[in-house]
Design a protein around this ligand. Structure first.
Ligand code: ATP
Ligand code: MG
Length: 558
């Protein structure tokens, strides 16, 4: 590593390991999702970190499904996770594994621990085990089964595997120290009985290893060097190391656990349990609802993968939990789309503008740049004629102070075409404006005034003759409360009732006719929009607003 300034604490640890030759200079990481839900932006942080750091050091990264909990896991989640990791831009090559690949090895290793007198079968119920564990202030109590002979333990463990006991009747526990100040070291459970079919091993097993046992052993089997996990596992690290004490690595290289702070973002929730509750209670349309912080949701919202990678890189890694401003995620999105999204015009809340002095059957065309930031993206043709649509709020019959758009007597520029002067409007019986009238100035083609008179307002428009109808979905924060996940708040009561607004009858340029997801556009003056990857089809255009134009993100002063 040559760039000292950008080094994070994990890289510093890797540098030290390389210097000491702990792993023969290997860097081998893994991303270990549990296939019990869809990936979210927090997982993206972990993916970018694990794959990113290995890549930086010329190392490799495994994808490993941590599938030790048969009742909650299934292949639908496995497939969605694979797709999301690939979409984010990472590749595990041929290194996709499952903890369940190692069930035989885990079982053998557990027997080794029994033989070494380091594990025993316990008859206590889970409630009793909890009771015996003690508290931070009081030591735990040893189970009456703790001193069973090795032979008896081996036999009982085999009987557990053979299905001779019901769920919860017995467990295999590590024999460590019931008085340890670290509660995780008070004879933690290594194996439990679960009579449930596993999505991969079927009914072969009715005992399943606990995460704290399966994880270090899986890391060791795969010869992972740096096992990066989130901060809540810090107190489990002594157990991680204890589990591997008797593991034989061919080169004596045991993986090392390193913890970093998990990513939290304001105005949303990140726990899979809570995300599932949002889906199951119908608060969102699914795991990929564009308001969800899932990768599927962000993709549907119009986040290009690079914008998420950029976000994850820029928030950095830390040892202290903190919440990142949602505005910063949007800032990274905006940066990407500003550079890459095609510009176009759309009118979301249309009202007719009639240019009374423009010939009825005439149509003019204008050639406009697709993206001022990318001249290579070329130009497109837009049509202009007597009847146009403008945004309803770009007209006011009686303007308020500082209003520079259309009002009777005032001139505005219709983007790239002509200057028009408003002459009045027509209202319905209820007093609602239904049409606005104006006269165009033929001398101002291209939007310039030959006499140099100043035009303060420029508004966008759509040609009524050629515009296409579209549905547009506008989004706001899913939660009103900035921290719906902290404390014991009832997060479902903190939802923003106005997080989705659906507009129909919007007018967009004809050129968007054949556009397909995942294309993004900047609708001038309105924001960045993308085609909805589920509901938009040829003949039915549906757009999601990815983000508004204006950046509200202000870096916090330190
Ligand atoms: P949950 O508690 O919501 O079920 P999890 O952490 O158990 O989430 P896993 O599927 O086990 O979800 O996570 C896979 C990997 O992603 C783990 O290494 C975990 O540490 C990491 N991860 C999960 N959430 C975050 C987050 N918010 N920030 C950073 N990393 C995360
Ligand atoms: Mg987990």
């Amino acid at each position: 590593m040559d760039n000292e300034t950008t080094k994070n604490f994990i890289e510093t640890i890797i540098d030290e390991d390389n210097e000491k030759n702990t792993y023969g200079k290997r860097v081998h990481t893994r991303f270990p999702p549990e296939p019990n839900g869809y990936l979210h932006i927090g997982h993206a942080k972990s993916i970018c970190l694990n794959f990113g750091i290995a890549k930086k050091y010329g190392g490799i990264t495994n994808l490993r499904f941590d599938d030790t909990n048969p009742s909650k896991e299934n292949t639908e989640y496995v497939e969605s996770i694979k797709r999301d990791v690939k979409w984010l831009g990472f590749d595990w090559d041929d290194r996709m594994f499952y903890a369940s690949d190692y069930f035989d090895k885990l079982y053998e290793y557990a027997k080794k621990l029994i033989r070494l007198g380091k594990a025993y079968v316990d008859d206590l119920s889970s409630d009793e085990i909890r009771e015996y564990r003690g508290t931070f202030n009081t030591p735990g109590k040893e189970s009456p089964c703790r001193n069973r002979s090795v032979e008896e333990n081996l036999q009982l463990f085999e009987d557990m595997k053979a299905g001779k006991f019901a769920d919860g009747e017995k467990v295999l526990r590590a024999k460590i120290d019931m008085a340890s100040p670290n509660l995780n070291m008070r004879d933690p459970v290594l194996y439990r009985i679960v009579h449930a079919s596993h999505h991969r091993t079927g009914d072969k097993w009715c005992i399943y290893p606990m995460y704290d046992f399966a994880h270090p052993v899986s890391d060791a089997i795969e010869r992972i060097t740096h096992s990066i996990c989130t901060l809540e596992f810090e107190a489990h690290r002594p157990l991680y190391n204890w589990v591997l004490e008797d593991w034989d690595d061919p080169e004596g290289q045991k993986p090392r656990q390193i913890e970093f702070a998990r990513l939290g973002i304001d105005h949303t929730v990140m726990s899979k349990r809570k995300l599932r509750a949002l889906v199951e209670n119908g608060h969102v349309s699914g795991w990929d609802d564009p308001r969800m912080p899932t990768l599927g949701g962000l993709r549907r919202r119009g986040y290009p993968p690079a914008s998420i990678r950029n976000f994850c890189d820029r928030i950095g890694v830390s040892k202290v939990n903190s919440t990142v401003d949602y505005g910063f995620l949007e800032h990274c999105l905006r940066e990407d789309l500003n550079l890459n999204a095609q510009r176009t015009m759309a009118v979301l809340r249309p009202i007719k503008l009639i240019l009374t002095n423009y010939p009825e059957n005439k149509t003019e065309t204008f050639e406009v740049e697709n993206n001022p930031n990318r001249p290579e993206d070329g130009t497109r043709t837009v049509t202009f004629s007597r009847e146009l649509y403008i945004e309803a709020d770009d007209f006011m019959e009686e303007p308020v102070k500082g209003y520079f758009r259309l009002f009777p007597g005032n001139e505005v520029r219709l983007k790239t075409t002509y200057i028009v002067r408003c002459t009045g409007c027509k209202k319905d019986d209820d007093g609602n404006v239904v049409e606005v009238y104006a006269e165009y100035d033929p001398e101002t083609r291209g939007g310039n005034t030959p006499d140099g008179r100043k035009i303060k307002g420029t508004i966008h428009w759509a040609d009524a003759k050629t515009a296409l109808d579209a549905e547009v979905r506008l989004y706001d924060n899913l939660f009103l409360d900035p921290e719906p996940e902290t404390g014991d708040k009832d997060f479902l009561t903190l939802l923003n009732p106005n997080s989705l607004e659906i507009l129909t009858g919007c007018k967009v340029e004809r050129g968007l006719q054949d556009a397909q997801a995942p294309r993004s556009f900047q609708f001038m003056r309105l924001g960045y929009f993308c085609l909805d990857n589920k509901d938009s089809k040829p003949g039915r255009l549906v757009f999601n607003r990815s983000v508004s134009l204006k950046d509200s993100f202000k870096p916090k002063k330190k």
